[in-house]
Design a protein around this ligand. Structure first.
Ligand code: ZN
Length: 298
């Protein structure tokens, strides 16, 4: 089957109705940054206008600009990097925002409480505007990618739905599963509040690598052998957060994916491998009406 651009229940492009400011520290750098979210015209996509010690750049949230996927997603253009974009992208996905200008003073997007809540709150505060055009979407051919025990499968569907299975040998965590269906589930309630987490031995390793410098019990769940550092918001909060990350990572395609997604033990690196694979499918689809515009980002 060829890739198609089909569908009946279309969403329209959406942006924020006014600008809103958010500030906070970055999970990995530990540095404070200030973010202004601004309304954008249709076909803008999600654009990061970054100013930091490396310089100044306008970086699209888009596959070709992904620089690093180790523990977080970093985008880079003209020697300027912005780290940890995934939770803001996930919130945009869940809120149906297609077009947004993210003005950032700093090198990392604030982590908030470790979930996507800070962004959902900002979006709710400003409200959204319907831009009237059908949001770009893509129905992919079936594709699967894997790396070690991690697997991700994407297949065509009438709209986005995802299922995540988080498999651990940890006695407390065990196997957690979470699902999300864009047509029936409420992202703001079901997925956005799920916080990032780390196993205690991983956290110590991250510190050695110079990551998670801003990590604290206020913005991440630490998993000890016999307990969590804080009461969980959902009994499967870890799997829900992995699903949140997955949705944020898929936003890097620059369009809405009409697909059934199944993932097991995957992280940013495998999600990005899938994005690259899907992007190759899109490039072959000459009728993509929005592709021409996205090409101007390059
Ligand atoms: Zn995350």
């Amino acid at each position: 089957m060829n890739a198609q651009f089909l569908g009946d229940r279309e969403m329209t492009c959406k942006t924020l109705s006014k600008s809103v400011r958010v500030e906070g520290i970055g999970l990995h750098t530990g540095e404070k940054s200030v973010v202004w979210l601004h309304p954008a015209d249709t076909q803008t996509g999600i654009l990061f206008c970054v100013r930091n010690s490396q310089g100044e750049a306008t970086i699209p949230a888009f596959v070709p600009f992904v620089a690093d996927t180790k523990r977080r997603v970093s985008l880079q253009k003209d020697g300027v990097t912005i780290q940890t974009v995934e939770h803001l992208l996930a919130a945009s996905f869940g809120f149906g925002l297609t077009d947004l200008i993210v003005e950032v003073y700093g090198s990392e997007i604030p982590i908030g409480d470790g979930s996507a809540q800070v962004w959902i709150d900002a979006f709710k505060e400003t409200g959204t505007v319907d831009l009237g055009e059908i949001a770009p979407f893509f129905v992919p051919q079936k594709v699967s990618v894997e790396c070690g025990e991690a697997v991700m499968v994407v297949e065509p569907s009438d709209d986005f739905k995802a299922h995540y299975v988080f498999v651990t040998k940890h006695p407390l965590v065990g196997v957690q599963e979470a699902s999300f269906d864009l047509q029936t589930d409420d992202f703001a309630k079901e997925i956005a509040p799920a916080r990032t987490f780390g196993f205690i031995e991983e956290v110590q390793n991250l510190w050695k690598q110079g990551l998670a410098r801003g990590g604290s019990l206020e913005n991440a769940i630490v998993v000890f052998t016999d307990r969590y550092s804080a009461p969980l918001r959902f009994n499967n909060e870890l799997a829900r957060h992995k699903l949140l990350d997955l949705m944020g990572d898929l936003m890097l395609l620059g369009f809405r994916l009409k697909a059934k997604v199944q993932a097991r033990s995957s992280g940013h690196t495998l999600h990005f491998k899938m994005c690259q694979n899907l992007w190759r499918q899109v490039e072959q689809e000459a009728s993509a009406r929005w592709l021409k515009h996205r090409a101007t980002w390059m």
